[in-house]
Structures are given as structure tokens and as C-alpha cells.
Design a protein around this ligand. Structure first.
Ligand SMILES: [Zn+2]
Ligand SMILES: [Zn+2]
Length: 144
């Protein structure tokens, strides 16, 4: 005797092994192991594209320019700095942080000072690859 009524609760599952986009890798902390398909606000971004070939937020045409373009991240940082008055030195860590904020803002439209949105592992991994740790002495971007 099968019980099919559990299907309604599938969104509540936070199973680490439930990647549906194929781009999520195991993260150091289990908290980060969330697939973009599990986050309704993230998924709605690429669902709205009405393009079935887009099965992951990192494959969305808007993802690289919004979250991986360092100039966009720099500009986003200027807005952040104006709003909160914080001076943050340039480093790959800061670019990653801004990229996370960009993605969270994309998903939720408005954010306060702190990110409280869970980001999908596939996007976090993609951002980490774009701004790796070993370039911490990066000083190439000095607008004036
Ligand atoms: Zn995934
Ligand atoms: Zn994904």
C-alpha cells in the first residue's frame, strides 16, 4: 500500500545529495550543500527564462555578467559603500563576497546589510572558481 501524499512536502527536504542541476559539488559545510533547484527564488530566475536548456542558475545568461564580472561587482560595491560607508580593500575574497550579494539580491530583490539568503552550491562554486583565493594580492583595478 503506497502512500503518495508525501510528495507535497518535497520542498521541505534539505537532503545534501539531491542536486538536480549537475553542478553542485560537496561543500566544506553541509549548510552550503543546497542545489539551485531547491531554492524556489533562485529556481524562479531561470524558470522565468522559459528556456528548457537552462537547468542551472550558473547556466543562466544573466549569471556571468551579474555575478562574475568584476566591473559589475566593483560598481555594486560602490553602491554598497555609499549606502553603508564601509571601505573594503580589493581582494578576491571581497569580489566573492560581492558576487554572493549580487546573487542574493537577484533572487530576493532587496537585501539588508547581511546576507541571510542561502545560496546554491553550484553558484558558490562557480564564484569561487572565478575569484580564487591565491590571487589575494590582486591590485589591478584602480578607477580614478
Ligand atoms: Zn545542483
Ligand atoms: Zn545549479
Amino acid at each position: 500500500m503506497e502512500n503518495a501524499s508525501n510528495e507535497d512536502n518535497s520542498d521541505l527536504s534539505s537532503d545534501n545529495g539531491s542536486c538536480k542541476c549537475g553542478n553542485c559539488f560537496i561543500m566544506p559545510t553541509a549548510r552550503e550543500c543546497v542545489c539551485c533547484h531547491e531554492l524556489s527564488k533562485i529556481k524562479s530566475i531561470f524558470d522565468e527564462e522559459d528556456d528548457e536548456s537552462i537547468t542551472c542558475i550558473t547556466a543562466h545568461p544573466g549569471f556571468p555578467p551579474a555575478c562574475l564580472n568584476k566591473y559589475v561587482l566593483q560598481i555594486a560595491y560602490y553602491q554598497y559603500k555609499q549606502q553603508y560607508g564601509e571601505a573594503i580593500e580589493d581582494s578576491s575574497e571581497k569580489y566573492r563576497y560581492r558576487a554572493y550579494r549580487q546573487l542574493a539580491r537577484w533572487a530576493c530583490e532587496y537585501l539588508g546589510k547581511k546576507i541571510r539568503v542561502v545560496l546554491p552550491a553550484c553558484a558558490v562554486n562557480c564564484i569561487r572558481n572565478s575569484f580564487p583565493d591565491n590571487s589575494g594580492n590582486y591590485t589591478g583595478f584602480h578607477p580614478h
